[in-house]
Ligand binder design. Structure first.
Ligand code: CTP
Ligand code: MG
Length: 385
């Protein structure tokens, strides 16, 4: 397929700070169901691109380079979107026939949309933009807040990216050194006809936290995402050693007898680890941290959770949420539930955790006060690369 396509470079302006989204990272690096926005954008456009150039926030150029390795070029962006595009345009190779410009913020624009833009360029158009009709009536308003004009809505369109151009048209447009909120505006200024094609609802520009939620819903409903559930349990007997510390749910319980075990015996943490391994199909607690591994002797439940998270993250999974129930007479969990949730969640890099507890009406080893057990369920999400 790729060899049949014309040489096409894609420029991704991604240098904005994402002020309206309000995250503590630039918008392109914000996570959307297991990947950053820039990774989604690159994954969707890679099949059609002969060259990919990202204009990145200056402080994140190296980080973005390490995401993609050799497959993309990364340049520090400018003060405005137009300047960011211009800086990236300087790196477009001579043999590129077409140049597409695509906002990292429109992370979910499909490969098919890119293909449609290119098809129009192949048929001879010099500039092509995807658009959607607008459903709201749009008014022009003066400085004092009074309506000055109501344009005919049927003639208005909301404009998206990817916007495609012949290399010559885009280079000429940017050589004018004027600003525009999109690239087509610069090309229009040269009286080059700009062809519109139908855009995509999924290609929304992720601007606010609400947009990020909308994009999450689109993605979770798509075949790109796998949602998997797993169950894990663990049990340990109380120790005969009165000085053995009691670790449970990532917390130290002073004055309570501890349980026996190779590690610290934190049944809640271990049940969660196993549920995560079960959900992801990556073995279990024994196969990953077996009793034959001396480095895990006495290991804390929090450390096991962190290591489990590292293993499942490396395989492309993200935790949606985790629920654990502790079964036993003592200690009473209720008074420290919030602390326990915080400790477990912290070990899982902030994943949502819930903690419940129950006794068994005097039945079984937990009811007889001989030990503790826990059962956990995890929901994980896997984004297909
Ligand atoms: N952009 C850029 N260089 C800039 C400003 C914006 O490359 N100096 C990019 C953004 O990273 C984004 C696209 O242009 O992919 C569209 O901009 P916008 O959605 O407004 O993103 P931000 O500027 O990051 O967001 P905000 O305006 O809320 O700060
Ligand atoms: Mg902006």
């Amino acid at each position: 397929m790729r060899s049949l396509l014309p040489n096409t470079a894609v420029i991704i302006p991604a240098a904005g700070s994402g002020e309206r989204l309000g995250a503590d990272l630039p918008k392109a690096l914000v996570q959307l169901v297991g990947r950053t926005l820039i990774e989604h954008a690159v994954a969707n456009l890679s099949p059609i691109a002969s060259q990919i150039i990202i204009a990145a926030p200056a402080a994140y150029v190296n980080q973005i380079r390490t995401f993609f390795g050799e497959s993309v070029e990364v340049v520090a962006g400018g003060q405005s979107r137009t300047e960011s595009v211009r800086l990236a345009l300087a790196l477009v190779r001579e043999n590129m026939e077409f140049v597409l410009v695509h906002d990292a913020a429109r992370a979910l624009a499909s490969t098919a949309l890119f293909e449609k833009v290119i098809a129009e360029l192949i048929s001879g158009e010099k500039a092509v933009i995807p658009v959607l009709s607008v459903s709201d009536t749009i008014k022009r308003v003066d400085k004092k807040g009074y309506v000055s004009k109501t344009p005919n809505r049927s003639k208005l369109r909301a404009v998206q990216t990817p916007q495609g151009f012949t290399r010559e048209a885009l280079v000429w447009a940017h050589a004018q050194l004027i600003e525009g909120t999109d690239d087509a505006a610069l090309v229009e200024n040269l009286n080059i006809p700009v062809k519109t094609i139908p855009g995509e609802v999924h290609a929304l520009k992720i601007t606010t936290a609400q947009d990020l939620e909308t994009a999450t819903k689109y993605l979770i409903g798509s075949s790109q995402v796998d949602i998997r559930v797993g169950v894990g349990s663990d049990a340990h007997a109380f120790s005969d050693d009165p000085f053995r510390p009691m670790w449970l749910a990532g917390l130290l319980w002073e004055g309570h007898p501890g349980v026996d075990g190779h590690s610290d015996g934190d049944v809640a943490a271990h049940a969660i680890c196993d549920s995560l391994f079960a959900a992801t199909g990556l073995g279990d607690l024994g196969s990953n941290f077996g009793v034959d591994r001396p480095e895990y002797a006495g290991a804390s439940g929090s450390k096991m959770l962190q290591e489990t998270l590292a293993i499942i993250s490396a395989a492309g999974f993200e935790i949606h949420n985790v629920s654990v129930q502790i079964v036993g007479n003592k200690p009473r969990i209720g008074g420290r539930r919030i602390e326990a949730i915080k400790a477990l969640s912290l070990a899982l890099n902030g994943a949502p955790v819930s903690v419940t507890a129950t006794t068994t009406d005097g039945l079984g080893f937990t009811g007889e006060g001989k030990g503790l057990s826990a059962i956990a369920t995890s929901l994980v999400v896997h984004v297909r690369k």
